[in-house]
Design a protein around this ligand. Structure first.
Ligand SMILES: [Ca+2]
Length: 160
């Protein structure tokens, strides 16, 4: 039998990955975004973007982009400008990129909204910052990403 200390060690070994990354369901994410005060009509679009960017996995790190940068986490935030990998790098959101690979998406969403606002000023539509938006998420049927969630979510998607 293992000593209590060894048991604790193995328990921690098992517990650590569970506390640092999370794969959301679409409805869990919709609920979380609601709690983070996302505009209700935008929630299906955010869920769609997360689905196609990261498969809803908060630990996702993309392969290198053409410019050598990488994208981090649920919403695949780019490290060329928005978060830092090396401490002297630029980071408009003020976060290290690994902050966007844990299970707490509050900071990710604060940064994503910043990306959204900056992009909106340039293009008129903040979601165009995410390439998958044009490919998958700007159609009239985007509501299907949350259509199986609670009645509240359904109302929100039909309103948009
Ligand atoms: Ca985070």
């Amino acid at each position: 039998m293992l000593s209590p200390r060894a048991n604790l060690f193995y328990l921690l070994l098992i517990a650590i990955p569970l506390t640092t990354a999370k794969i959301f369901t679409k409805c869990e994410l919709a609920e979380k975004l609601r709690a983070l005060k996302a505009p209700p009509e935008d929630i299906p679009t955010w869920v769609c973007i997360a689905e196609h960017e990261s498969r809803l996995d908060t630990s996702a790190v993309g392969p290198p982009n053409g410019d050598g940068s990488r994208d981090h986490g649920l919403l695949q935030i780019n490290d060329r400008y928005w978060c830092w990998v090396q401490e002297d790098g630029p980071a408009a959101c003020g976060n290290k990129c690994s902050d966007f690979e844990d299970d707490d998406i509050r900071d990710d969403f604060i940064c994503a909204r910043r990306v959204f606002r900056a992009t909106k000023r340039r293009t008129g539509n903040g979601f165009t910052a995410w390439v998958v938006y044009g490919q998958h998420c700007n159609g009239p049927d985007v509501g299907r990403y949350t259509s199986e969630c609670s009645a509240v979510a359904k109302n929100e998607t039909t309103r948009s």
